[in-house]
Design a binder for this molecule. Structure first.
Ligand code: IPE
Ligand code: IPE
Ligand code: MG
Length: 253
């Protein structure tokens, strides 16, 4: 059984504080370019923004934070940038896991990890193991992740689990196999960097998520910008298919 209700099968609980925030951290390269610095310095600076947003989620009681760090399409970048990003990932894991653990953060990495170097894979597994007992904040890094990859790997897992059953599959058969099966669907999606697209992030899970786009570049996104996104979320009317009247008049519900 799935841990959390699917937004298309039941109306999920929703409150002023999003339970799950998912972020496309975009704009690192442009941040650096504006300062006549190499693109990589934007990625390095972006790690500071990650720290700040994690801190804010802990303060506000957001239970799940999912960050898109590297898409399945980002391998198309120049090899030097890809390799520097991988080194940055290694360094961040080496430096941050201890502190995450002390703060009650459970770290997970979702995506197709098979293409990563063994050293990076080992660090990921060790970080996940070390923090597995925590549940104050579930921090998930999407790395070599793609929404289509996720749906297809889940379909394959679902079918191979019950090869005798042909056809008649439902979304509740699929959902336990999705990479984010342990989390409720995101309440709030944030994309920094000014683009208004999903770029193959959580395609299945964003069905009823509130979308928030900001021109702020990821390395300059921090406490105040995050507060702005949360405030915008607080003004949304989430209807999940119902009418507005049903929300204000319980007799209509
Ligand atoms: C996002 O910043 C980080 C990754 C995709 C790894 P970008 O590197 O895409 O920055 P821009 O969009 O070029 O400014
Ligand atoms: C999306 O950013 C992926 C991550 C932030 C990891 P991109 O910069 O790769 O997205 P596009 O190519 O502009 O859509
Ligand atoms: Mg980009």
């Amino acid at each position: 059984m799935a841990l959390f209700a699917s937004s298309t099968r039941a109306v999920p609980d929703s409150g002023a504080v999003p339970r799950h925030v998912a972020i496309i951290m975009d704009g690192n390269g442009r941040w650096a370019k504006k300062r006549f610095m190499p693109r990589f310095s934007g990625h390095a600076k972006g790690v500071e923004a990650v720290r700040e947003v994690v801190r804010e989620c802990l303060e506000r009681g957001v239970g799940y934070l999912t960050l898109f760090a590297f898409s399945s399409e980002n391998w198309r970048r120049p090899q030097e940038e890809v390799s520097l990003l991988m080194q940055l990932f290694v360094k961040a894991l080496e430096q941050e896991v201890e502190k995450l653990d002390r703060n009650g953060v459970r770290l997970r990495v979702v995506g197709d990890l098979s293409r990563f170097e063994p050293r990076l894979r080992d660090l990921i597994r060790a970080g996940e193991r070390q923090t597995a007992h925590n549940d104050r904040l579930h921090l998930t890094i999407a790395a070599n992740y793609g929404g289509r990859w996720d749906i297809m790997q889940a379909v394959n897992a679902m079918v191979s689990r019950h090869p005798e059953k042909s056809g008649g599959w439902s979304d509740s058969d699929l959902e336990p196999h999705l990479a984010m099966h342990f989390a409720p669907e995101p309440d709030l999606f944030i994309r920094t960097g000014g683009e208004q697209r999903i770029s193959n992030f959580l395609l299945w899970q964003l069905a009823y998520t509130e979308l928030y786009f900001t021109d702020a570049l990821w390395p300059e996104f921090g406490k105040e910008a995050f507060a702005g996104a949360i405030a915008s979320f607080g003004r949304r009317e989430r209807r999940f298919g119902r009418t507005g009247d049903q929300l204000t008049d319980p007799a209509d519900a």
